[in-house]
Design a protein around this ligand. Structure first.
Ligand code: DAS
Length: 361
């Protein structure tokens, strides 16, 4: 037996250590983890409820970014994580000013060699809008991933921690590079351009109807099955680095019996663009057309969108866009058409150029 012969014991011990070292060297050094910065803006993911069963009627935007990170120690296994509290708001209060601050911070960070990806924690109410805005103004191929939660951090089976873990590993992944701004919710990877919130409260509220999500996050790995074909991020022509105020663009919602009041009110308030979220294929009620024509005559750009949510908004379909000199939203929903029109107006008021942009992004 080894213990009866100390010399042989030492030789055996050294042999074991030698082979363990060889094995470790054969595997090579542990892979370097990506550096991911988490920019926190508030929302339910940072929310707290009165009890563990409170899943509605809670307070959003109460938990700070460091506590969000501390609540998920597994983050350290997938990335080197740092955090910044950019805002602490419920996202129904997100504004153009917030977007400019956030986008400028994202571009400064992504220009740094020591930042490999960014995760933005955000309220779910306007998450799709912030995602699309960033999709049009981020000047980098590095991953930018937005994430929220449908249940507050204090709830039984809160979805925030796993959503945050998935978002960080996605932002740290090679697979996410060059894919545009992404949304990671409910184990799914969605594209900023098409994702939309379709349910007021369920965990699967974020969907990409008809065109479909990009992939899944499963077992701490990102799986992509398709990618977007429209331009985004590193291919964008929009530059907000010197933009202090975005042009005012408002949305008029279409419905039976609507009249011109909303259009007139927005124009009186100084709108530079009107998105008309019409019924069906963007149909214009006869009572509204004069107001839209007057808006155009005053220099406002009018975009025909639809309240429907899916499908192509056909140019010269339900209205003579050539004659009216209107733009059509293609497949963008009204809230995203507003964002693209705002950015388009920072570059031009030429409707042919703007229509090109709606067929490009
Ligand atoms: N009010 C919602 C928001 O901040 C809460 C949430 O769902 O995140 O968007």
């Amino acid at each position: 037996m080894l213990y009866k012969n100390p010399a042989r014991s030492m030789i055996a011990l050294f042999a074991i250590l030698f082979f363990m070292t060889q094995a470790a060297q054969a595997e090579g050094p542990a892979p370097k983890l990506a550096n991911v910065t988490i920019l926190a803006t508030g929302g339910t993911i940072a929310g707290t409820g009165a009890s563990s069963t409170t899943t509605v009627g809670y307070t959003a935007a109460t938990v700070g970014v460091q506590r969000l990170i501390q609540a998920v120690p597994e983050l350290a296994k997938v990335a080197n994580v740092s955090g910044e509290q950019v805002f602490q708001i419920a996202s129904e209060n997100m504004s153009n000013e917030h977007w400019l601050i956030l986008a400028k911070r994202v571009n400064v960070l992504l220009a740094q060699a020591n930042v490999d990806g960014i995760v933005i924690t955000h309220g779910t109410d306007t998450l799709e809008e912030t995602a699309y805005f960033l999709n049009l103004v981020v000047k980098s191929r590095k991953p930018v991933v937005l994430v929220g939660a449908m249940r507050p951090s204090t709830a039984i089976s809160a979805d925030g921690p796993i959503n945050l873990y998935n978002a960080v590993l996605l932002a740290a992944s090679q697979e996410a590079i060059g894919k545009g701004v992404l949304v990671a919710m409910n184990d799914q990877i969605q594209a900023a351009r098409e994702v939309t919130k379709v349910n007021t409260s369920t965990l699967d509220a974020f969907r990409t109807p008809e065109l479909g999500m990009l992939g899944y996050i499963q077992g701490s790995k990102a799986f992509f099955y398709r990618q977007v074909v429209r331009k985004h991020t590193f291919e964008t022509e929009f530059d907000i680095s010197k933009v202090a105020v975005l042009p005012q663009v408002d949305i008029v919602y279409g419905y039976a019996n609507m009249g011109p009041v909303a259009v007139d009110a927005f124009m009186a308030a100084g709108a530079k663009g009107i998105v008309h979220a019409g019924v069906g294929d963007g149909s214009l009620a006869a009572k509204v057309v004069p107001a839209l024509k007057a808006a155009r005559a005053k220099g406002a750009v009018v975009v025909r969108a639809s309240r429907v949510g899916q499908g192509i908004l056909a140019r010269n379909g339900e209205a003579n866009d050539d004659e009216l000199d209107f733009v059509v939203a293609d497949t963008l929903n009204a809230q995203k058409a507003r964002i693209l029109l705002m950015l388009a107006l920072t570059k031009t008021s030429d409707t042919k150029e703007i229509q090109r942009m709606f067929y490009t992004y």
